[in-house]
Design a protein around this ligand. Structure first.
Ligand code: NDP
Length: 279
């Protein structure tokens, strides 16, 4: 069973989903990538995160293959490029994403990062899409606390559903102020790159020690860590079906106070404001 996380309006979404960055970049691997996503859907990883940027539309086409015939089971998240975030650009980009995704509605549509268009213009464009039924919810990505405060002060700003940000044991800067800011408003964050993109993080001796106690892998511990507060949606990407199975199983790992202390000792929580990290 995959736990659920509450959006600000009370809608529940799966806490553990699937990322798609680097999918859809080569036609030859699209069938395998779609199969991996389907394997995840079967295991309850029914939230899928994509973007018009990934594979320049290729990842959205892979998602379309994965959700064909089972659209109703899946919560689809996509993102608009900042250079498309004008009033007319958002509408056009959304229409193109819907076409590639083979659906008539995106469940959650995010501004990928902040660009040159005024936030009020983008938020109003998102609201129009929501009113027209093309999207169910909208939010942002890579926004620091001051950006979130600026957005929240706008007429449409209070409807923002989430902020999707970099978050894993070696990237904890958001714990200092952004995470408490979102918590206070009942807004979940979405943790991207929860496995540190499969790099150095997964060789952490601290994660390995905790993993041994749970008969798990360091990647599974990183996922369990990202889910530990019940108010975060974690979106690891896995193109390998074995990784998908391991990731789904990680949702049932409960980390003890001792586990968390052991991780904190090496991957330290921030004690002051950190420069905002994004990739
Ligand atoms: P992740 O931290 O999810 O790491 C992905 C890497 O980890 C892949 O190489 C994958 O291999 C490997 N992996 C997956 N599962 C396991 C496992 N159980 N054991 C060992 N290795 C594993 O990195 P991403 O950067 O892809 O982040 C996840 C998603 O977040 C993205 O795909 C995207 O959807 C989103 N994102 C959003 C950003 C934003 O700006 N909003 C920025 C970055 C990411 P393999 O594929 O071979 O299975």
């Amino acid at each position: 069973m995959i736990p659920a996380v509450r959006l600000p309006d009370g809608t529940m979404v799966p806490a553990l989903g699937q990322g798609t960055w680097y999918m859809g970049e080569a036609r030859a691997s699209e069938a395998d990538e779609a199969a991996a996503l389907r394997e995840g859907i079967e295991r309850g990883l029914t939230l899928i995160d994509t973007a018009e940027m990934y594979g320049e539309g290729g990842a959205e086409r892979v998602v379309a293959r994965a959700i064909a015939g089972q659209r109703g089971r899946v919560f689809v998240v996509s993102k608009v490029y900042p250079h498309n975030a004008s009033a007319s650009g958002v509408a056009k980009a959304c229409a193109a994403s819907l076409k590639r995704l083979g659906t008539d509605r995106i469940d959650l549509y995010l501004l990928h990062w902040r660009g040159r268009y005024p936030l009020t213009e983008t938020a109003t464009a998102f609201e129009r899409l929501r009113e027209a039924g093309h999207i169910r919810f909208w939010g942002v990505s890579n926004f620091d606390t001051d950006d979130m405060a600026e957005l929240a002060a706008l007429p449409a700003g209070g409807i923002c559903a989430t902020d999707q940000v970099l978050y894993h044991p070696d990237a904890r800067g958001i714990e200092f102020d952004l995470l408490p800011w979102c918590r206070a408003r009942g807004m979940p964050i979405m943790a991207y790159s929860p496995l540190g993109q499969g790099g150095k993080l997964l060789r952490s001796p601290a994660l390995a020690a905790v993993a041994r106690r749970h008969d798990a892998t360091p990647a599974q511990i990183a996922i369990a860590w990202s889910l530990r507060d019940g108010a975060t949606v974690s979106i690891p990407k896995a193109a390998s079906p074995e990784h998908v199975r391991q990731n789904a199983a990680a949702a049932s790992i409960r980390l003890s106070a001792e586990d968390l202390a052991e991780i904190d000792a090496v991957h330290k929580p921030p004690r002051r404001k950190q420069p905002f990290a994004m990739i």
